[in-house]
Write a protein of this length. Structure first.
Length: 403
């Protein structure tokens, strides 16, 4: 009989939230581009690093999801964090564009490993009774941990790098690497969930079963459509709000304050979205969480003053991912365990492709008028929310609209 101590109050859900926090605590994010320029990278080369990460995630998303269903969620998460930690260590010594490209590829593979399998591990770890509500709480906690890191990181980073120097920057990279190492150590303590696994199945059969799962379930297919076409382009918002604020005469300090306050608002909303659903009902909560980011983008597009622009950014940033815990709960409730990571990775792949394609269009529009991308995002979210009738969320029990 095993004598290993287990604390019932410290479950996989809490461990995942902790490792999410520590692995997201990037203290050098606010001066990352400046550092790359100091290493003699052009702005084109510096901006391409992010694109390489996105492309790598896109290419590795499905293979890593299939692998997670074969070898288990814990091993995949450990692999993801190991690659992330290795990338941070290499970042300390990188001094050429090719070196940074290699690190970006490592990072992309690591992020792809964690995509899908983290969510799958959380769901599989929950007690079977009232699992849907438990999943909303768990994903809300995880989302809150993520945004809490985004709130704290620039504050600590600014204290560590009051003025840019290579030595100070490398100090923040080292501390970030230590933070990722903490996340990796926590990952080793995760309990692998016991259930069906696909070790005896081929990758092709797992992929085929995953696609059939999506195609054969009307409720899940509808959720996939909502996930894709009401995507809120949070990454594009984070990059475009800076020139948008500059057009209103807002300072760099205002940008930092807005980012921190927006992240803090997201923490509160993610943590409490399940309580809001309990109070107002599934239909109202899901409809509002889907529509609010679209309304926020419209406010950004037509803001008449810097004060309104600042408030609209906080509103949009805070609500951008608030429907995530609800969608996660609904999706996981109808995906078989043995293909869960594969299906979630497949969904993330489709969402990423749509967001990247529209993001390119938004970047093209931003060169002409910085408010046009916000108008486009608002129109797309509200339009597809209406087409997909998010106000008539379907019940998985009978796959009929909730009237």
């Amino acid at each position: 009989m095993s004598t290993r101590f287990k604390c019932p109050c410290f479950t996989n859900v809490h461990k995942v939230a902790l490792l999410t926090f520590f692995s997201s605590l990037y203290l050098y994010g606010h001066v990352g581009t400046i550092y790359l320029q100091a290493r003699h990278l052009s702005l084109l080369q510096a901006s391409s690093i992010g694109s390489i990460i996105v492309i790598t995630i896109f290419l590795a998303e499905l293979p890593t999801g299939i692998l997670a269903d074969r070898i288990g969620r814990k091993k995949s998460i450990v692999m993801a964090l190991f690659l992330q930690f290795l990338g941070e260590l290499l970042y300390l010594f990188a001094s050429s564009y090719l070196a940074f490209v290699g690190i970006a590829i490592l990072a992309g593979i690591g992020f792809a490993f964690s995509s899908g399998c983290v969510e799958a591990l959380i769901y599989d770890s929950l007690p079977k009774d009232n699992r849907e509500d438990r999943m909303k709480q768990a994903m809300g906690l995880n989302g809150a941990a993520y945004y809490l890191a985004f709130f704290i990181a620039p504050i600590i980073g600014t204290l560590l790098v009051p003025q840019f120097t290579i030595e100070r920057f490398l100090l923040t990279v080292f501390i970030t690497a230590c933070s990722v190492l903490v996340a990796l150590l926590i990952a080793f303590s995760l309990e692998e969930t016991v259930g069906e696994r696909g070790e005896t199945e081929t990758a092709v059969s797992i992929l085929k079963n995953g696609i059939q799962t999506v195609r054969g379930n009307r409720f899940l297919l509808w959720l996939v459509g909502v996930s894709i076409f009401t995507s809120t382009f949070a990454g594009t918002l984070s990059s475009l709000f800076q020139p948008y604020f500059a057009d209103f005469g807002l300072t760099a300090r205002s940008m930092g304050i807005a980012s921190a306050m927006g992240a803090l608002l997201a923490v509160g909303l993610q943590k409490n979205i399940f309580r809001f659903e309990q109070q107002v009902g599934k239909r109202t909560a899901f409809t509002m969480s889907t529509l609010l980011p679209g309304i926020g983008y419209m406010l950004l597009a037509f803001a008449p003053s810097s004060g309104v622009a600042f408030a609209a950014f906080l509103f949009t940033y805070g609500t951008a991912t608030v429907k995530g815990p609800l969608l996660s709960s609904y999706q996981n409730g109808v995906i078989p365990e043995k293909v869960r990571a594969t299906v979630l990775s497949f969904i993330n792949l489709l969402v990423s492709f749509y967001a990247a394609a529209v993001g390119l269009l938004m970047g093209w529009l931003a060169d002409r008028q910085v408010t046009w991308p916000f108008l486009l995002a608002g129109v797309l979210i509200l339009l597809f929310a209406g087409i997909l009738r998010v106000d008539r969320i379907m019940l998985r029990q009978d796959s009929q609209p909730l009237i």
